[in-house]
Design a binder for this molecule. Structure first.
Ligand code: ATP
Ligand code: MG
Length: 339
């Protein structure tokens, strides 16, 4: 069966075609550059760009694998969480195509997509495992019992980790999205030259995250520093990144120990961070814990992960003909939004 995935939750327009026997046949992603000059995603501009790009991307994807729309057996689209104006574009295009082609339409939770992008890799975890979702809008530790059954063990109570990275990068004068640029800069930093606090680690086994205090700490710290000095800037980036990675590591280890699990899947855009992967891998080896992460393209927003979830879901439900367009900007992993 061929599944078309459509992803428009934020600032990436993506179309993928997934074959449930052969895997991903194509995964086209268009990252909207326009937002970098505003230092963050402008929802109205994002939606307008999705509208411009979505049909050309569908055509490009079909052309790439030498198929046409009538070869597609089902369409899976991101129904949430995300920005409502952007979600509407992908949902409307998907529902219209599915209606015209008379094929099943499958709404997908974007975070479920991130969490399971690991299943598109060679090295896969078995159930149950713990997932650490670290993206632009989420920081969550999740107990994954099996496909479709999740328990959120801890989550961000203010800024998400990616959001914090992007805000601090902006303070350092780096371009949006900042996570990648901050990482590049931090490589020049002198380790431990500055030491920033690790938030919410005093209460053992509290698996929630709070990064906004750390952001304010860095904001005040920067005021007393000379940002024209490249080395100082790199030292700040390094100290900040270390504080984020340490906090995520400590809480992940607590979750793994508390629930007697020895597999951690890291997912979402921030999991592309090489330093984070290296530190987690090294420390987990000592604890006999296996670490799983996806390749870079599958870490950030892409429709491949959406098409994959669609392929899993279609076998769980007999009929996927929906009367309403389903979108929910605040969809949680614990919501079964189709029941
Ligand atoms: N190499 C990297 N190191 C650190 N952070 C990174 C890296 N690459 C991307 N990021 C961060 O990942 C985030 C984007 O991830 P992703 O696309 O998964 O988030 P999102 O889709 O905007 O949010 P969500 O998935 O929560 O709705 C941004 O905050 C970006 O700065
Ligand atoms: Mg995302």
């Amino acid at each position: 069966m061929l599944f078309m995935g459509i992803e428009t939750s934020c600032d990436d327009t993506s179309v993928s075609i997934y074959d449930n026997k052969k895997g991903i046949l194509c995964n086209n992603i268009y990252t909207q550059k326009i937002h970098s000059k505003y230092g963050g995603v402008v929802p109205e501009l994002a939606a307008r760009n999705h509208l411009k790009k979505i049909i050309p991307l569908i055509k490009k994807s079909l052309l790439k694998i030498n198929k046409n729309l009538h070869d597609i057996d089902a369409i899976a689209y991101t129904a949430g969480p995300g920005q409502i104006n952007s979600l509407i574009i992908g949902a409307t295009v998907s529902h219209t195509l599915a209606f015209a082609l008379n094929i099943p339409i499958i709404p997908v939770n974007h975070m479920e997509g991130h969490l399971f992008s690991i299943m598109l890799q060679k090295k896969k975890p078995y159930f149950p495992f713990i997932g650490l979702l670290i993206s632009g809008g989420h920081t969550q530790l999740i107990y994954v019992h099996k496909f479709g059954k999740y328990k959120i063990l801890g989550k961000h109570i203010d800024d998400a980790v990616g959001e914090t990275l992007d805000k601090v990068s902006k303070l350092l004068g780096l371009d949006y999205p900042g996570g990648k640029n901050l990482f590049k800069l931090s490589q020049y930093g002198i380790p431990k030259k500055f030491i920033f606090p690790r938030p919410m680690i005093s209460k053992k086994n509290d698996l929630n995250f709070s990064f906004s205090g750390l952001k304010t700490f860095v904001q005040n710290f920067i005021k007393k520093q000379d940002l024209n000095n490249f080395q100082v800037k790199a030292n700040i980036a390094c100290a900040f990144e270390d504080a984020i990675i340490d906090t995520l590591y400590i809480k992940s280890l607590w979750a793994l120990k508390k629930y007697h699990i020895n597999q951690l899947v890291i997912a979402g855009g921030v999991s592309a961070n090489k330093k984070l992967r290296k530190i987690f891998y090294r420390n987990f080896q000592k604890n006999n814990i296996k670490l799983f992460y996806s390749n870079k393209k599958l870490c950030t927003d892409n429709a491949g992960m959406i098409a994959y979830i669609g392929s899993k879901k279609v076998f769980f439900r007999k009929k996927y003909i929906l009367n309403n367009i389903i979108i929910n900007s605040r969809l949680s992993l614990e919501d079964d939004f189709l029941s």
